[in-house]
Write a protein that binds this ligand. Structure first.
Ligand SMILES: C[S@@+](CC[C@H](N)C(=O)[O-])C[C@H]1O[C@@H](n2cnc3c(N)ncnc32)[C@H](O)[C@@H]1O
Length: 334
């Protein structure tokens, strides 16, 4: 029996829950979740995931082992499920482009581990609906949706997004798939003790806010899970700084990228080093944005133009599920 005790940043309680026979080194592991496959069910998937996780933590990272430890197959019906989820989410007021919503759905469906999907910042429920539709279809558990819904800057109860949020998740038919926390993220993270497969940060975009969200929940993200931050390419200091400083510069993370304004990366404490060069390339273009957004102030004139010029150097086009999964599966030379 192997206990995944060598995974840093992994909560003790979750470590004790996961054990699995060691896999032969270099062998690729197929994590098949094709919906409609007669042999697939939730237990099978969870057993695969436990094995994938334990293996990713246990396999020695020898230089010749450049193969990626888990091969994820995209569910056959994912495109159709993303279409349906976006159809439900598109008319919900909010701040999410279609390409971003599809990325969220893809991550929720394909992140190769177990645990909760945690959303910080729900507003009226646009991303909540997108995630919950996908999670409901694949039996991934409830979306943990955290938001005080109190328009913190305005302190105006009449401006609360809460009733609209409840109405929108009800209309989308996902109320029973959302765990609602009408609370500040730090009040939830202080008592949080569950493993996380996907941490979606879209709350307070100041540096202190985003850093607090990341520090509060990241210790619970499982190896091979994913962290994503919204508005990393807009004029906010938090998401881009956390992404560059805590993620792109860390060898505990693997593949990373941007889609529109979402920055995402996979947590790979065991073999993230293999992705060092890819992260460093992204870091070089992304870090140039930090001085422009450090004060969280709107930009004007020449400064705005220079910001946009620098931002244009950051690759951020939409990705299809198969492309996204192949980024995770393929280790570029470090
Ligand atoms: C950009 S909106 C979220 C948009 C939403 N994800 C969507 O898809 O439309 C930011 C939200 O974060 C919430 N927020 C601000 N500070 C927060 C905090 N400390 N914890 C949780 N939510 C917070 C705000 O109330 C607001 O509703």
């Amino acid at each position: 029996m192997l206990f995944a005790s060598d995974c840093r940043s992994f909560p003790e309680r979750a470590k004790r829950q996961i054990s699995s026979p060691r896999q032969p080194s270099g062998e690729s592991l197929s994590l098949v979740r094709a919906a409609g496959s007669p042999s697939y069910n939730k237990q099978t998937f969870q057993a695969h995931v436990r094995t994938a996780f334990a293996w990713s933590c246990a396999t020695p990272a020898r230089p010749e082992e450049k193969s990626i430890l888990a091969t994820i197959e995209v569910p056959r019906d994912l495109d159709a499920i993303l279409d349906a989820a976006w159809e439900a989410a598109r008319n919900v007021p909010g701040y999410l482009m279609e390409s971003e919503a599809r990325l969220l759905g893809t991550i929720a469906a394909c992140a190769p581990t177990t645990g909760a999907i945690v959303e910080i910042g729900s507003f009226k429920g646009k991303s909540t609906v997108m995630l919950a539709k996908v999670a409901a279809h694949y039996g991934l558990g409830n979306i943990v949706a955290i938001d005080p819904h109190n328009s913190p800057e305005l302190l105006d109860p009449a401006a609360s997004s809460f009733q609209d949020f409840l109405n929108n998740i009800e209309t989308a038919g996902v109320s029973s798939h959302v765990e609602v926390h009408r609370a500040y993220s730090q009040d939830v993270s202080s008592g949080w003790n569950r493993p996380i497969r996907f941490l979606w940060i879209d709350g307070d975009h100041t540096y202190q806010g985003a850093k607090t969200d990341f520090d509060g929940f990241f210790p619970h993200v499982l190896p091979t899970g994913v962290v994503a931050l919204h508005d990393a390419l807009n004029v906010f200091s938090g998401p881009i700084r956390v992404f560059v400083e805590d993620i792109l510069r860390s060898d505990e993370f693997g593949a990373a990228g941007f889609v529109h304004s979402i920055a995402w990366s996979q947590f790979r404490p065991r073999d993230g080093k293999l992705f060092h060069r890819q992260r460093a390339q992204l870091e070089r273009v992304a870090e140039r944005l930090i001085p422009f957004v450090k004060d969280d102030q709107a930009l004007h004139g020449l400064t705005k133009l220079r910001f946009k010029l620098n931002r244009s150097r950051v690759p951020r086009k939409a990705v299809r599920p198969q492309e996204w999964v192949s980024l995770l599966n393929r280790a570029p030379q470090a």
